[in-house]
Structures are given as structure tokens and as C-alpha cells.
Design a protein around this ligand. Structure first.
Ligand SMILES: Cc1cc2nc3c(=O)[nH]c(=O)nc-3n(C[C@H](O)[C@H](O)[C@H](O)COP(=O)(O)OP(=O)(O)OC[C@H]3O[C@@H](n4cnc5c(N)ncnc54)[C@H](O)[C@@H]3O)c2cc1C
Length: 388
């Protein structure tokens, strides 16, 4: 049966690294397996919110540092060529490159004592036995396993037959543009009309600008053409820039984040904000909670208690993401969006609220939900009046 560990974590992104460091600090004998050798590329806008900063500080004891994070307070909200809102004093969003950021988190986990098996493909995984066989032939087993292997999770496929629901999953495409001389290099820009049930973005980084489009995959069957159009509006030729694409769970929180003694964290559990696409903060937090639940279960009534403990621990995150999902129509419903954008353009207070959500300064639970019917009524009034 190979070497027996207390915990195996599959995947070394923010969710896996957070699980690894938490488990190691709790005194567990933990092994993290990732098929990639780090540093590795990860397609992502790299937008790092106040929420991400808080979670990183709490879990890894690190703060945003100039070598990895570029702070930005300029924000532009657009709808095609039209500017809906522009602020020079928006709440800070930091921008990071995932290649360096993920490697930093993983080495923090290793320094804390988490065992590493990176650059190792998994030949087979048996959730009932808690056993993983690596492509090298090495076997390892543990009473609890955490699947933190991303949106196309092999662990979720093994448990549930598929990693995501094709009707709900999101898809994003990005390119890196050179920063030199670009007029949009100084601001975080969101274009709410760039994709259906999604948006386009331009995120300044220390050495480049990440430009991309993303949204519900089914609503954007020709995402390469959507990206072409978005880049065309910035005088850029997509074909020359070698765009890349990736799935992200965009409004499909798993009802149960695991099965038996296998827990799912981060994208594998569907923990991405269905309005903003933010996933890094929830990945770190869920990784921490999954490892915490595993440690408590192993110290107490046994490994089968890890999943019920973890479910309770992440319930507030799931509730928050479900609130966002309930609100998503306001932003993206094609019939309502023009009225919503007009309302947003004319109301600085509403712009601030949207920015507070986007930057992780506020939660959906903090929104004045009682004001929602009034907002909808005002939007309806405007759309009828303007014929939108
Ligand atoms: C285009 C795009 C833009 C985004 N922009 C943002 C943004 O600006 N801000 C934000 O907060 N979020 C953003 N997200 C979401 C964010 O990238 C994810 O939510 C986050 O990376 C989830 O972290 P994770 O650790 O769960 O998974 P990942 O970061 O995907 O890590 C999974 C790890 O598992 C490994 N793995 C996969 N399969 C196996 C296997 N079979 N065996 C071993 N290892 C395996 C992979 O190599 C990888 O290292 C974006 C996503 C996309 C697609």
C-alpha cells in the first residue's frame, strides 16, 4: 500500500498550498502532489482583492509586496467604447502574475513542513481506499484526501463522474500585451458588454497588461471571436498574440464539497464568484478550512467526520456565492443590462458599492437587500422610458 500519510493534497494552486501549510502547521504528515513543476503558468487575470490579501495574511503570514503585487486605485468601467464610470480613488486592487504568486505560496507550504511531490502525474486514484499511485509507480495513501486540482478536477471527476456542469461552467481567454505606451496601462478596466453573461478585462501588471474576456461558456460559444472583437477595439490583433483559454466554475458551487473521506477545495468545489470571477481568495480560504476539518477529524472521531466538519465550515462561503448568483441577472441579463449601466453611470454611490464588491471590501451579505426591489423598479422605469 506504499507510504501511509495523514493527509494527501492533490493540486498545488492557492487552494492546495493553503491546505498544505495548514495541515503541516497542525502537525499532520501531509503530502502535496501536483502534476506541474513550479513555477508553472496558470491562466488568470491575477486580480488580487482585499479579501485575497486578508486570507493570504491569515493563512500564509504574508502581505502584498512590490516584487509580486502591483497596487492599482484607478478603475474604469466601460460598455464597448462608452465609459460608464471612471475613478482615480477606487479601493485598491493588486495585480499579480500567477506563475510567481503560486510558487511563493507553495514554497511557504514546503517551508512549514508540507511534503512535496511536484512534477508528478497521477496514474490512479482510489477514493475508497484513500490511495494514489503516481506515474512513477510510487504508492501513497491517507485517511483523508483533499482534491484541490482546479476547474477540471480529476478528483471531482472520480467522485461525481464530471468536474463541472457544461451548462453552467465559465470559460475565459486571455493574452499578455506589452505595457509600453499603452494608454490603458494605468487602470483596472472592466467592460461589461464584452461577453455574454461575463465581461472583458484589462489588468495592468508590472511588465505587461493582461487582457481577456470570460463568461458562461454556453452563452459564448465563439469566445475566440469575442476576444478578437475585444482586442480589435484596442487596436490589437488576437492571432498575433497567441490567446489561451481555461474553464472556471462561474456560479456552480457544489452542493456537497466532497464524498466519503475526500474533500474538494477551491475551483474543484466550484468556489468562484459568479459576478466578478474572483476565485483566489476562496481557494485559499477553502483549502485552509478543508485541512482544518481534516486535522480536527483525525484528532477526534475519525476521518469520516472531516466532510461534515468541512461542510459546516464553508457554508458561509457557499451562501455568499449563492447570493451573488441570485444577483447576477442584474449585471448580465441582456434585456436589463443597458438600464443597469445607465443607472450605474448616473449614481456614484452605486458605483462605489459595485467597486466595494469587486475589490473584496464588501460582501454580498452587506448589500442592502431591501433596496433591491427599489433598484429593480428604477431600472424598469428607465428602460421603459428610454425604450431600452
Ligand atoms: C481566465 C481566468 C481569469 C481569472 N481571473 C481571476 C482574477 O483576476 N482574480 C481571481 O481571484 N480569480 C481569477 N480566476 C479564478 C482563479 O484563477 C481560480 O479560482 C484559482 O486559480 C483557483 O485556485 P485552485 O487552487 O482551486 O486551482 P488552480 O489554481 O487551478 O490549481 C490547481 C492545481 O492542480 C494541479 N492539477 C490539476 N490536475 C491535476 C492532477 N490530475 N494531478 C495533480 N495535479 C493536478 C494543477 O497543475 C494546478 O497547479 C480566473 C480564472 C480564469 C480561468
Amino acid at each position: 500500500m506504499g507510504r501511509r500519510r495523514d493527509l494527501i493534497v492533490i493540486g498545488g494552486g492557492p487552494a492546495g498550498a493553503a491546505a498544505g501549510i495548514t495541515a503541516a502547521r497542525a502537525g499532520l504528515d501531509v503530502l502535496l502532489i501536483d502534476k506541474a513543476t513550479f513555477p508553472r503558468e496558470k491562466l488568470c487575470g491575477g486580480g488580487f482583492t482585499g479579501r485575497s490579501r486578508r486570507h493570504m495574511g491569515e493563512i500564509f503570514g504574508r502581505d502584498v509586496t512590490p516584487d509580486l503585487f502591483l497596487p492599482c486605485n484607478r478603475f474604469r468601467l466601460t460598455a464597448g467604447a462608452r465609459t460608464v464610470a471612471e475613478l482615480a480613488d477606487a479601493p485598491t486592487i493588486w495585480l499579480t502574475m500567477r506563475r510567481a504568486f503560486d510558487a511563493m505560496l507553495l514554497s511557504a507550504a514546503e517551508d512549514a513542513g508540507c511534503g512535496m511531490a511536484t512534477g508528478q502525474r497521477i496514474a490512479s486514484f482510489d477514493p475508497k481506499l484513500g490511495q494514489v499511485v503516481l506515474a512513477s509507480g510510487e504508492e501513497v495513501s491517507a485517511p483523508v484526501i483533499i482534491g484541490a486540482d482546479g476547474a477540471t478536477s480529476m478528483v471531482a471527476r472520480r467522485l461525481f463522474g464530471r468536474a463541472y456542469d457544461p451548462a453552467r461552467v465559465g470559460f475565459g481567454m486571455e493574452v499578455e500585451l506589452p505595457r509600453d505606451g499603452a494608454s490603458d496601462a494605468d487602470a483596472v478596466e472592466i467592460d461589461l458588454s464584452a461577453a455574454e453573461w461575463g465581461y472583458g478585462w484589462s489588468f495592468p501588471k508590472p511588465g505587461s497588461i493582461t487582457v481577456g474576456v470570460g463568461g458562461i461558456h454556453r452563452r459564448n460559444p465563439t469566445m475566440p471571436a469575442t476576444l478578437d472583437r475585444f482586442l480589435g477595439g484596442r487596436d490589437q490583433d488576437a492571432a498575433r498574440l497567441r490567446p489561451r483559454g481555461a474553464f472556471l466554475p462561474f456560479g456552480e458551487v457544489r452542493p456537497v464539497p466532497g464524498m466519503g473521506t475526500t474533500l474538494l477545495a477551491g475551483d474543484a468545489a466550484g468556489l468562484v464568484d459568479p459576478i466578478t470571477g474572483e476565485g483566489i481568495a476562496w481557494a485559499m480560504k477553502s483549502g485552509q478550512l478543508a485541512a482544518g476539518a481534516a486535522a480536527e477529524a483525525l484528532a477526534g472521531r475519525g476521518p469520516e467526520m472531516a466532510l461534515p466538519r468541512y461542510r459546516r465550515a464553508i457554508a458561509p462561503i457557499c451562501a455568499e456565492l449563492r447570493r451573488a448568483r441570485a444577483l447576477r441577472w442584474l449585471f448580465y441579463q441582456p434585456m436589463l443590462q443597458p438600464a443597469f449601466l445607465r443607472l450605474l453611470a448616473g449614481e456614484p454611490r452605486l458605483q462605489r458599492r459595485y467597486l466595494a464588491l469587486l475589490s473584496g471590501e464588501a460582501d454580498y451579505a452587506d448589500l442592502g437587500w431591501r433596496a433591491l426591489p427599489r433598484l429593480a423598479a428604477r431600472m424598469a422605469g428607465r428602460s421603459f422610458l428610454t425604450g431600452a
